[in-house]
Design a protein around this ligand. Sequence first.
Ligand code: AMP
Length: 173
Amino acid sequence: MDLQKIVREVPDFPKPGIQFKDITPLLSNPSAWAEIIDQMESLANEVRPNLIAGIEARGFLIGASLATKLGMGFIPVRKKGKLPGKTIGIDYELEYGHDRLEICSNESLNKKSKILIVDDLLATGGTALATQRLIEKSTATVVGFQFIIELCSLKGRIKLPQSVPIHSLIKYN
Ligand code: AMP
């Protein structure tokens, strides 16, 4: 199945100059979504995580589907102030300004945890790198990164640690 043909490209969203890659047609197509999760399962079997972490918000859809398929737990990585109770957070730079990501501080993340980080899209790599640093702050280990889409021209991949696999299913040049 040609997954790339199913992605909807929306020019100038959410602001002028951005070519937004909309994954909602993949989500509403059960065969396409099943294929995405099957392909991600193959990588997961290679790197053997014991937890999946998904980045707000589209990473939740992928991460929860994959974690359910693998029979593993899921860790939501959220934007600032959304999680209750004690959290671990990290500030990171955006093109303009900065942002903060947080995870719940609980016993499911410890030195024995091996985490596969998932998101819909790798662009400049800033969000995925911040997520890796955040997960490692919790003492867990990141064993790989998995994205549906990679915007190769933005070279996000070289920002990420080269010691673990970084997989994407659909590449745009
Ligand atoms: P970055 O930190 O630059 O790698 O950006 C990755 C995050 O921004 C992901 O969570 C994506 O959902 C979102 N994102 C960045 N660029 C796009 C795009 N062109 N289309 C859809 N989502 C994007």
